[in-house]
Design a protein around this ligand. Sequence first.
Ligand SMILES: C[S@@+](CC[C@H](N)C(=O)[O-])C[C@H]1O[C@@H](n2cnc3c(N)ncnc32)[C@H](O)[C@@H]1O
Length: 257
Amino acid sequence: MANEPPSDEPPPAPFGVPELLELVAGARRVLDVGCGSGRLTVALARAVAEVTGMDTSADRLAHAVRLAEKAGVQLTLVEADMEEPLPFTDASFDAVTSRLSLMIPRDAVPTLRELGRVLEPRGRIATVVWAALPENPWFDAPREAVRAVLGDERASFARAFGRLGSPRDAERAHRAAGFDDVEGRLLREQVVRADAAEHWRLLATENGHFRRIDAALGEHERRALVVELEARLAPYHADGGLELPRTLVLVTGRRPE
Ligand SMILES: C[S@@+](CC[C@H](N)C(=O)[O-])C[C@H]1O[C@@H](n2cnc3c(N)ncnc32)[C@H](O)[C@@H]1O
């Protein structure tokens, strides 16, 4: 928070990262698909010998390079599309991870099949995506506030949020792609905010979609948005502030022999 003194504590690991790290512990060569700016990828590289990150965004990969340099770890970064045949030979990884990107393809099964192809027999896959919108009011409420105040068009972003958003749906996709020993579960946490204005301000700082919307707002519109958000977050009042649930679907499986 803005008024807290600086701390020497490392920032907390991004949501879902500790669980993914635990699932691939012991792997030697890991592929992180849709690695973005490398938040999971760099954490993997601290724990695993050889880590490859793959993403379509050259900007985000450049950010991952800087993050890896800062952390003093080695990464191989590849600009490639998870909806195309992957640029890796068969069985070239012991484990594959993906954090918050497998919901992007309209049908994840072809991508998951490709991930199976590049895994060794009995290799591990571990993925997380956001759970369905009702499990994620921290995101759903502000986007619906944008819709109410600014209209449908301004709220038409992150439409894949919530795809594969239950353990059953995500498990089904992994099984359809040929994985064995598939198990899915929900991971839950709460974000604590003083009020709706703080939630909006932090979203507009941390999330590109909300940052772009906020940058185009006049003062009057921003006030109207926060009033709308206040009403939508009313069910989450606790201890004089807000406690907003956030939920991920975590799935793991193995490539068959
Ligand atoms: C929400 S970000 C998640 C990034 C990162 N995994 C993390 O945990 O912070 C989704 C990422 O998927 C990438 N992406 C989108 N479509 C893709 C595709 N077809 N192939 C590979 N990456 C893609 C985006 O560029 C973005 O970096």
